[in-house]
Ligand binder design. Structure first.
Ligand SMILES: *[C@@H]1O[C@H](CO)[C@@H](O)[C@H](O)[C@H]1NC(C)=O
Ligand SMILES: *[C@@H]1O[C@H](CO)[C@@H](O)[C@H](O)[C@H]1NC(C)=O
Length: 352
């Protein structure tokens, strides 16, 4: 068998030359085809990953709409994308009672936290309490005494928790989520891989007026939620938000109530419009307008049916963080829509 094989091998080149001479055009095209096919195959084998990523990201710009330009020429797919830090933050501050000592802690307050743990193994989970909040603020904002002072003197636990989440996400990044939220998808799945590197902030919508009536105490056409926020550290939106919160809190103390901060009891609207979702919506929208000057009003984000990438912000449509509500075309038929990442249970009584 071996000699025969050898024989064949030896004769092969001469056969090719022979047939080339006989049918030059057809054979030359065939050889050319073989060479091109091999080059393509080798290229594909080496660059399969980046090839697919490039294809996907071309697609993504269409799926996610305008505004999603790449940062720079660094080749996608060659490095593992840098996503949101693997940290989950919850805040549990004692709710003061006028008529006695604070309520004793109840494990039921954290009954939904296991959903976050089980869907996010290897994430660092931190429940920030009263002492941790003070230590964190003292340690990180020593050069900004107004932040420390305001944080310590705020008596409204809702406002305190609002302010603390912005400060935590600014310094540490990760996901902040209220204790009355249920995780539906692991955080790794919130941002598709092909845009993980460029998404620095993920915000959800809690209310979209669409073509309906205004909602009590919601001043915007569309309101972003702050019961869940995901961010990379040092995002400028939190600097803007903390500035806004300090400004609004100072206004409440000096003008609206004309009393020291530690003695005022703001209304629920004042909470929402100083540190809460109305103020957050003002600030996020102002930031989005810097990225996309064609945005004039939150109404321009109404009727979204899928996530939208605006600069470095991934804005989720209502079902992302706000499924199960009776407005805003939120899915509310007992099913869990595929776009849902988080469910908010509205158990909190943060307003008082
Ligand atoms: C390009 O992007 C990479 C990763 O996002 C970043 O580290 C780098 O600083 C950027 N370079 C420029 C010139 O913007
Ligand atoms: C909300 O607060 C801002 C800043 O403190 C203020 O300018 C604005 O008028 C307030 N909105 C309403 C509807 O009161």
């Amino acid at each position: 068998m071996l000699p025969l094989f050898h024989e064949l091998e030896k004769s092969l080149p001469s056969r090719i030359i022979f047939s080339l001479a006989k049918r030059p055009y057809r054979t030359a095209s065939f050889v050319l085809f073989l060479v091109l096919a091999s080059i393509l195959w080798v290229y594909h084998a080496i660059a399969a990953e980046s090839f697919i990523t490039l294809f996907n990201s071309g697609l993504s710009t269409q799926v996610f709409g305008p505004g999603g330009g790449r940062h720079n020429g660094s080749a996608p797919g060659l490095h593992k994308p840098v996503g949101i830090p693997m940290k989950i933050w919850q805040i549990m501050l004692p709710k003061p009672r006028d008529d006695g000592p604070p309520h004793p802690p109840d494990p039921a307050q954290l009954q939904d936290t296991p959903s976050w743990l089980v869907l996010n193994p290897d994430y660092k989970y931190t429940l920030v309490g009263e002492r941790g909040g003070i230590e964190f603020v003292d340690k990180n904002f020593a050069d900004q005494p107004a932040i420390i002072d305001t944080y310590k003197r705020l008596q409204n636990m809702g406002m305190k928790s609002d302010l603390l989440r912005y400060l935590l996400l600014y310094i540490e990044g990760g996901v902040y989520t209220d204790t009355d939220t249920v995780a539906i998808k692991g955080v790794d799945e919130w941002v598709p891989d092909f845009i993980k590197s460029e998404v620095n902030l993920v915000v959800g919508i809690e209310f979209d007026r669409r073509d309906g009536a205004a909602w009590a105490e919601i001043p915007h056409w569309l309101q972003f939620c702050q019961w869940t926020i995901a961010a990379k550290p040092k995002h400028p939106v939190f600097q803007m938000m903390v500035q806004r919160a300090l400004y609004s809190i100072d206004l409440l103390s000096t003008e609206v109530y004309d009393s020291p901060l530690d003695s005022i009891s703001p209304t629920s609207f004042e909470v929402m419009n100083s540190t809460g979702p109305a103020a957050w919506t003002d600030v996020v929208f102002e930031y989005l307008q810097q990225l996309d000057p064609s945005l004039e009003d939150t109404k321009d984000l109404s009727f979204m049916t899928g996530p939208r990438l605006i600069g470095d912000v991934l804005v989720l449509n209502i079902d992302g963080f706000g499924m199960g509500q009776q407005h805003s075309k939120s899915t509310n038929d007992g099913t869990i829509p595929s776009q849902a990442l988080v469910k908010h249970l509205f158990r909190g009584s943060w307003r008082s």
